[in-house]
Design a protein around this ligand. Structure first.
Ligand SMILES: Nc1ncnc2c1ncn2[C@@H]1O[C@H](COP(=O)(O)OP(=O)(O)OP(=O)(O)O)[C@@H](O)[C@H]1O
Ligand SMILES: [Mg+2]
Length: 424
């Protein structure tokens, strides 16, 4: 399934001045946003996509499935196959007044290339990238469901979180300073350090906005949540705790992160679990991806209390799978990194424990930030709408704000998954 980190392809690590993937790159076209029919006409000019779809353009259908905030996504079906096409718009799809550079699909394609050697088939296959159109053509996950919807409707299979923890562990190790010489890490990090627009969204929406009373992008159920929101926005001690997490996010380049790992960034079909939507990728602390994801499981449990035991089990499994995957790579001694050059696979148990504790601290803190921002910030989660009634929804949101605040404040004392589960 996966290749050892020592195989990490040099072309990903090569230093370039652009964000273009080395492969899957087609001719560059002039940008125009596609509709279903103009997209079909364009795909008909690509021989490899044409043969994948089968037949002629007249036989094909395109259906828009965009449900995220940022981009348009179409599924195009032909006589013998189908593809998924994702295109950036020069603005935020759900808020056209909010201008946004187009380059995000290029970073998404780059992320797919950067992680695929380490994680194999856990992402959709990239078929084609048009850098001028800012268009990705990729594998259509036709039988998969977006995990968030699968959770809300209760159809997600128990144990789904194992594959996602494994993904974070394998991708996290493969792009770490343990696996790669620092020259390679710098090259990849430099590439993703140009992902400015989406990193700005994270810095604003996750790490800043919810704690500022004057931010017009926040919204919450008023007056029911007013007391908790005011407390978040007026507590200087809490703001210092947020600042520590800002430092962890901005000043700790541990591994290449997905950067937006929530339950809407996972598609699932039985035990086939795929991670999508890596457009926010950047170097940062692994606990950012872990904390974001597990916070989304917590919110599902709060909104649908009948899922509480299930989500608790998934969170424990998520962490243990991450831990196992990361340590497995570390302990097999395939790393070529300058970090650990003296100890390698013989790193002491104490050193592994120290590392995991630090990742847990980060996970707890970033989970706290995610709980808060998805409850009162610009981009909220659909799980709350699945609450039984308005009272239950308010109760779920209150729990998320109280837990989020507590995790942010106590993050650096939470050493184990058991301690984290006690908090939530
Ligand atoms: N490879 C794929 N195969 C099938 N459907 C897909 C695929 N990728 C995305 N989708 C569908 O398109 C939707 C939007 O995709 P995605 O989340 O990548 O868009 P986005 O605009 O970047 O979202 P966000 O606002 O969360 O960043 C997904 O929820 C899913 O339903
Ligand atoms: Mg996205």
């Amino acid at each position: 399934m996966s290749r050892p980190a020592g195989d990490y392809p040099a072309q990903i690590a090569r230093s370039t001045n652009d964000t273009r993937p080395a492969e899957a790159t087609g001719p560059m076209s002039a940008y125009r946003p596609f509709t279903a029919s103009t997209l079909i006409a364009y795909l008909a000019t690509l021989p490899s996509v044409k043969s994948r779809l089968g037949g002629e353009a007249i036989d094909w259908t395109a259906r828009e499935v965009s449900d995220g905030n940022l981009n348009t996504v179409f599924i195009v079906s032909g006589l013998s196959g189908s593809v998924c096409c994702k295109q950036s718009l020069p603005y935020v799809r759900v808020d056209p007044a909010w201008a946004m550079p187009l380059e995000r699909t290029l970073f998404e394609a780059r992320w797919m290339q950067a992680v695929s050697p380490a994680i194999g088939h856990q992402i959709p296959e990239l078929y084609h990238l048009d850098e001028g159109l800012f268009l990705i053509v990729m594998e259509n996950l036709a039988t998969h469901h977006v995990l968030r919807h699968a959770l809300i409707t209760g159809i997600a299979p128990a144990g789904f979180a194992a594959r996602i923890g494994e993904f974070v562990g394998h991708a996290g190790y493969a792009t770490s300073w343990r696996a790669l010489p620092f020259e390679d890490v710098h090259a990849i990090r430099d590439l993703f350090s140009r992902n400015l627009a989406l990193t700005r969204i994270t810095v604003d929406l996750v790490l800043t906005d919810p704690y500022r009373s004057e931010c017009s992008r926040n919204r919450w159920i008023s007056p029911d949540l007013d007391d908790l929101v005011t407390a978040l926005q007026e507590d200087g001690t809490l703001h210092s705790a947020v600042e520590r997490l800002q430092e962890r996010f901005l000043a700790n380049s541990q591994s290449l992160l997905h950067g937006d790992l929530h339950t809407g960034s996972v598609m699932i079909s039985g035990d086939d679990v795929r991670i999508i939507d890596g457009e926010f990728a950047l170097y940062g602390p692994i606990g950012f991806d872990l904390g974001m994801f597990l916070a989304n499981l917590v919110m599902n449990a709060y909104a649908q209390p009948e899922h509480e035991d299930w989500m608790r089990d998934e969170i424990a499994l998520f962490w243990s799978s991450f831990r196992h995957a990361y340590l497995e790579r570390w302990e097999t001694g395939t790393g070529r990194g300058d970090m650990g050059s003296l100890t390698g696979s013989a790193a002491s148990a104490a050193e592994r424990k120290r590392f995991l504790q630090q990742v847990m601290h980060d996970s707890a803190g970033f989970a706290g930030l995610e709980l808060v921002r998805r409850t009162i910030g610009f981009a909220q989660v659909a799980d709350y709408e699945a609450a039984r009634d308005r009272e239950s929804e308010i109760e779920a949101r209150r729990r998320a704000l109280i837990t989020g605040r507590s995790l942010i404040q106590k993050a650096f004392q939470i050493d184990t998954i058991e301690a984290l589960l006690e908090h939530i």
